[in-house]
Design a protein around this ligand. Structure first.
Ligand code: QUE
Length: 354
């Protein structure tokens, strides 16, 4: 069994359990964790004794706060190849989960951002709890909503995907279900019992998916009202605009207090990230999963060659001043040619599978 201290594996009953085990770093996903999880998932997929996989985070605060972007930041500064290797292997793991042939149950009862969304949203069952705080906040660190965001965001109801991508909006349990990012709500005080119940199943009785559904049905509850449901019409109207500038104008013109709050959040994000992400979501609607991941790998490498990612990590995670100085500082400086540069093929460095 391929195991590091940063991620724990256990086979119990007919279930493979993965525990992300860096609670002091909100279980942020490192390259060694990716390199441990990927072969273990392949082994469990091929092992007929294993009927399902359950993934969770150690500790009560987080499922997974994202990719270990601080390590990637340091690598970029030092000219270390981690800036190429990390995204390649993370996106291949996202694809492995997307293609996983057995039930894959993610218990996302805590902070789940970026890379943590990539470890959960592509699975068959995503269970949220009272501690869930789910977001794709990358435009706030001069990056873009990756880990398959090109694929899953354009496929959310209405214009929610673009709204989440450009705001980094933090979803609780009810909103995560409203958006379709989560499948079920289980109260946090039942989450450990839920996790344990899968190992007690008699898998000879029924189809694996139906059995997993049946267990979750025994523990689930109503998540309550989703805040975003009340704003769906406004979101769908404003985020159907043809550009970032015009969707901001639509939010301003709505005269709605909540829309003003949304516009203010968007205006704090990296202008480059905003315009590139707008194009990413537009193009992603037309791509299949593998094409989406290839597009994202191109984008990741373009962002590594730019400046806003380094400034974003500095301001949010290193100096923590939350005063990023984006370059260019406003949307007018981000020309169509600059956007287009983030989608160029990479030749021999292109993302491949297998
Ligand atoms: C946007 C992000 C991330 C973020 C904050 C953002 C992200 C990420 C982390 C993070 C948080 C705590 C840690 C850590 C990383 O924060 O992707 O190592 O201990 O991983 O605003 O995309």
């Amino acid at each position: 069994m391929n195991e590091t201290e940063e991620v724990l594996f256990e086979a119990r009953g007919s279930v493979g359990y993965v525990t992300l085990n860096r609670p002091q770093a909100l279980n942020a996903l490192t390259l060694p964790m990716i390199r441990a999880i990927s072969p273990q998932l392949v082994a469990w997929q091929e092992d007929s004794r294993v009927k399902a996989v359950v993934i969770r985070g150690a500790g009560e605060r987080a499922f997974c706060a994202g990719g270990d972007v601080r390590a990637v930041w340091a690598a970029g500064r030092d000219g270390d190849p981690l800036t190429e290797v990390f995204f390649r292997e993370e996106y291949r793991l996202n694809r492995l989960i997307h293609c996983f042939a057995k039930p894959y149950v993610a218990l996302i009862d805590g902070i789940t951002m970026g890379g943590g969304v990539g470890l959960s949203v592509h699975g068959s069952h995503r269970v949220v709890g009272d501690r869930t705080l789910l977001a794709m906040p990358e435009v706030g660190i001069g990056l873009f909503p990756d880990v398959g965001g090109s694929y899953f965001l354009p496929r959310l109801p209405g214009r929610l995907g673009l709204f989440l991508a450009l705001t980094g909006w933090r979803l609780g349990a009810a909103d995560a279900i409203h958006c379709g990012l989560a499948t079920d709500y289980v109260p946090s005080d039942r989450m450990n019992a839920l996790a344990a119940a899968f190992a007690e199943l008699d898998w000879s009785k029924d189809g694996a998916d139906a059995l997993v559904d049946g267990v979750i049905d025994r523990f689930k509850a109503e998540a309550g009202p989703a805040e975003l449901a009340a704003h769906q019409d406004l979101i769908d109207h404003c985020f159907s605009a043809a550009s970032v500038e015009s969707l901001l104008a639509a939010l301003d013109a709505s005269g709605d207090d909540w829309a003003a709050k949304v516009a203010k959040i968007i205006r704090r994000q990296s202008p480059t990230s905003l315009k590139v992400t707008f194009a990413q979501i537009e193009r992603g609607a037309e791509l299949d999963f593998d094409q989406a991941m290839i597009q994202e790998y191109r984008m990741s490498q373009a962002f590594m060659a730019g400046g806003d990612f380094y400034e974003g990590i500095r301001s949010v995670l290193v100096d923590k001043d939350n005063q990023p100085k984006w370059s260019p500082p406003d949307l007018t400086g981000v020309t169509p040619a600059v956007v287009e540069r983030h989608f160029l093929p990479l030749g021999k460095r292109e993302l491949t599978f297998n």
